[in-house]
Design a protein around this ligand. Structure first.
Ligand code: FCB
Length: 454
């Protein structure tokens, strides 16, 4: 399989997110986000919620080094850059006041992309809620969905003349489940009411935000992204099936179906009925987002063993879902390329989304620099096998027309800190030197980029 076989209309990009790369947490009037707060939190033992105790205070310093990053993207041969806007740079407290300097920064980033022949693909929300909104309940408060709608309008009006491709949310699953139920992500809540409330409010914000962005822009290509997984149930006979269906409802369907007017799939997971407490009259009648594409993000399949929990029947887990010897990444995530084909088929089957774009995919491995080179054959194998699935899906008639590698460069990997390395480019955090990995050269060679091992 050669990348050229995907044809000229296929979009090749790399992805990043503001908090994972920018650093400069106080620059130019930025307000604090929930990730600034969360990474600096300490428990009574002095430990932070981040595995290696690091923060995004510096990350890859890309707030200052964006031009260097964009030059790398060009040299790697990619024609699109997916990055996110930090909401508290634009609205320091999340409401009303707009910080011009924040918008100006992103205008410069966008102009730099355009000057290098790279299409900017802009995500409005990649998890860094302004702390000011968290102080009034964050996503558990319905007002936050209204504030997000205002923010969508503001950025649409300010940047819509230069940006064609937009995504509202990055992976609501992680905002809602990791942030409000499991608590390993900001804001670190662990409660069922917080889970139900944030689920509905993020879904509402997706719908309302899509309409606001549409009205503030003209000719825009608007999408939103979802973390998707083909859950595979475990357990005896029909119970395995029950576990898989319930996991599918909670992990995938509860985020996709409400925003396309299909309501919540509580018949498959009775637990989801808890969300009814937050649904107001009329909400479900008008809940259809105005989307041109769905961003599909796939890393691994989650295991969903049967557990006798009424209304849930399973608690999905990372880790090998299949045979014990299934290959995994350095994070223990099972490498299962067929899963990408499965989630693409599942989204196509809704017969709702005009197009699908793989807006993230990638793998972390224990990369090492040896004589100035990073040999990462496992990552090249990961991309080849997953791209073969995309090609096969296209053959089956699934309208998927883009692929974004996660990530341009190693960066701050949320609760796991700086240890996981997902980049096509290695980051030396001591010096902020960027070293192109073999996987980066692999793309460059096929996409016509100029980067070659020196
Ligand atoms: C995705 C996130 C992205 C990054 C990758 C590894 O779930 O969207 O920010 O953390 O995982």
């Amino acid at each position: 399989m050669r990348l050229a076989d995907f044809g000229d209309d296929f979009t090749w990009g790399v992805a990043t997110a503001a908090y994972q790369i920018e650093g400069s947490p106080d620059a130019d009037g930025k307000g604090p986000s929930i990730w600034d707060t969360f990474t600096h939190r300490r428990n009574w033992r002095g430990k932070t919620p981040i595995a290696d105790g690091t923060t995004g205070d510096e990350a890859t310093d890309s707030y200052r080094r964006y031009a260097e990053d964009i030059a790398l993207i060009r040299d790697l041969g990619f024609s699109a850059y997916r990055f996110s806007l930090s909401w508290p740079r634009i609205q320091p407290t999340g409401s009303s006041r707009v910080n011009r300097a924040g918008l100006d920064h992103y205008r410069r980033v966008i102009e730099e992309c355009l000057a290098n022949g790279i299409e900017p693909w802009v995500t409005l929300y990649h998890w860094d809620l302004p702390q000011g909104l968290q102080d009034t309940g964050g996503w558990t408060n319905r007002e936050t969905a209204h504030r997000f709608t205002d923010y969508a309008q503001i950025v649409g009006e300010a940047l819509g003349d230069l940006v064609e491709h937009w995504m509202l949310f990055n992976e609501p699953l992680n905002i809602v489940i990791s942030g409000h139920l499991v608590g390993n992500f900001a804001p670190g809540k662990r409660s069922l009411p917080a889970y139900f409330a944030s689920l509905h409010h993020v879904n509402l914000a997706t719908v309302w935000g899509s309409h606001a962005l549409r009205s503030a822009t003209s000719g825009a290509d608007i999408g939103t992204t979802q973390y998707l997984t083909p859950p595979v149930g475990g357990g005896p006979g029909p119970l395995a099936d029950l576990a898989a269906r319930s996991a599918d409802a909670v992990l995938n369907r509860a985020f996709v179906e409400p925003i396309i007017g299909r309501g919540y799939p509580w018949e498959e997971a009775g637990l989801l009925r808890g969300v009814r407490a937050y649904i107001r009259d009329g909400d479900l009648d008008e809940m259809t987002a105005d989307l041109d594409f769905l961003g599909v993000q796939y890393y691994t399949r989650l295991r969903a063993p049967f557990l006798p929990i009424p209304g849930l029947w399973t608690v999905p887990q990372f880790g090998g879902g299949g045979a014990d010897d299934a290959p995994t990444t350095s994070l223990g995530w099972e490498i299962m390329p067929e899963g990408l084909g499965m989630v693409l088929d599942a989204m196509h089957a809704y017969d709702h989304f005009p197009r699908l774009v793989v807006t993230e995919g990638g793998a972390s491995f224990d990369d090492r620099v040896v004589d100035g080179r990073v040999h990462d054959p496992a990552r090249i194998a990961y991309y080849s096998s997953h791209l073969a699935e995309v090609a096969a899906a296209r053959e089956r008639g699934v309208p998927v027309d883009g692929y974004f590698a996660w990530s341009l460069l190693d960066n701050f990997e949320w609760a796991l800190g700086l240890v996981p390395r997902f980049g096509l480019v290695y980051t030396d955090y001591a010096t902020q030197a960027r070293i192109i990995k073999d996987s980066g050269y692999w793309f460059a060679e096929q996409l016509g980029g100029s980067a070659r091992p020196g």
